[in-house]
Design a protein around this ligand. Structure first.
Ligand code: SF4
Length: 369
């Protein structure tokens, strides 16, 4: 019987990651079967409820306003639009809707109230609701929980050391603080990262150390392969090889045995055989829908054909944690505090981020001549 540990060291995780592949797969698959039904995969739909124009400088992200990408921004969607999309997702097999807004942090006010209404609406459709809205305070986490939120996503992205090569507008400790704020409620935590940003295997292991040491460990951990988007600082990063993805999934499964490990961005580049090996290695969740926020994703029909071929079944909602109750806005016991938390702005210089920003400016000026 495998034991859940919070004291994994980086060296132990590197040793796992570098094991002969067949040994690594066997160990991961065995642990997976102890804790999960290997033929059930959770399906989530990611909805970008507010796209682009983000003030942050995440080097992988086409939604950062400072980079010169082709992403078209839009204002916050209406509750009705979100409801219609959620119903579509439900009818095509999704048990969870994850709503993403390109914000640095949540601000109390009408837009957050609207998001709370979206949470109430989707929970009443008997679907799990997840939000990824940037940094949140404890009071905001409690308001989301009261509306019926099932999960909050806030990725660590990478190791604490490599984080300084990716983002300069907020610190790694802000990420941990937001996760801690979510943990003061019954909302589950979804937190993972991205591989293929130029980080080393040591950094990948460092990220897993940070995630595994959280107590409790996140209920879900998305593993993304970078989708290198033109105009972002990481546009020239070479694609992640399927073997790296399989090793990362297997290692994640071993160090976080009860967690749902999600195959996230980068699935369009993976063959069905590659994805099947990821499921064998312990992945038991995917994002469905032909777009992941702004980057491409396999379409739902293709995914369902793959499920059929592999004999996989979509997981029913609220299998792991029971459905939260929704409290209506007028009955809420929390008031907006209008807080202005001091999230950090480390401001260290990341050369490639600055370059991508400057290139955008030069091109924009040339366009306007
Ligand atoms: S990843 Fe999120 S916070 Fe970072 S730039 Fe993109 S939308 Fe903003």
């Amino acid at each position: 019987m495998s034991i859940k540990r919070h004291d994994w060291t980086r060296d132990e995780i590197i040793a796992l990651y570098n094991k002969p592949l067949m040994d690594l797969l066997y160990e991961a698959a065995s642990i997976h079967r102890e804790h999960h039904d290997p033929n059930v995969v959770q399906v989530s739909t990611l909805l970008s409820i507010k796209t682009g124009g983000c003030p942050e400088d995440c080097g992988y992200c086409p939604q950062a306003a400072r980079y010169h990408t082709k992403v078209e921004g839009n204002d916050l969607m209406s509750v009705q639009q979100v409801k219609a999309q959620a119903l579509r997702a439900k009818s095509s097999g999704s048990s969870r809707v994850c709503m993403g807004a390109a914000w640095r942090n949540v601000k109390d006010g009408p837009e957050f109230d609207q998001v709370l209404e979206m949470v109430r609406t989707i929970n009443k459709l008997d679907m799990e609701v997840c939000c990824t809205l940037g940094m949140i305070t404890e009071n905001q986490a409690k308001r989301l929980a009261e509306a019926g939120l099932y999960a909050y996503n806030h990725n660590l992205d990478t190791s604490e050391e490599y984080y300084k090569e990716v983002i300069s507008t907020r610190g790694f400790e802000d990420r941990l603080q937001t996760i801690e704020n979510v943990r003061k409620t019954n909302v589950t935590v979804c937190s993972g990262g991205i591989i293929g940003m130029g980080e080393s295997v040591e950094d990948r292991a460092g990220m897993l150390v940070a995630l595994a040491s959280l107590s409790p460990q996140p209920e879900s951990v998305p593993i993304n392969a970078l989708v290198a988007v033109e105009g972002t600082p990481m546009e020239n990063e070479k694609p992640v090889e399927i073997w790296e993805m399989i090793r990362m999934v297997a290692t994640t499964r071993i160090v976080m045995p009860e967690t749902q490990v999600r195959l996230s961005a980068g699935r369009t580049e993976m063959s069905r055989e590659g994805q099947a090996m990821c499921f064998f290695a312990g992945a038991n969740s995917i994002f469905a829908g032909d777009k992941l926020l702004t980057t491409p994703n396999p379409n739902v029909d293709d995914d369902m054909k793959m499920f059929e071929m592999l004999g996989l079944k979509p997981q029913k909602p609220f299998t792991k944690v029971s459905q939260p109750k929704t409290v209506e806005a007028e009955d809420s016991e929390f008031t907006p505090l209008g807080e202005k938390p001091r999230w950090s702005r480390p401001g260290h210089k990341i050369e490639r981020n600055l370059q991508a920003q400057a290139t955008g400016k030069v091109e924009a000026e040339a366009d306007s001549i």
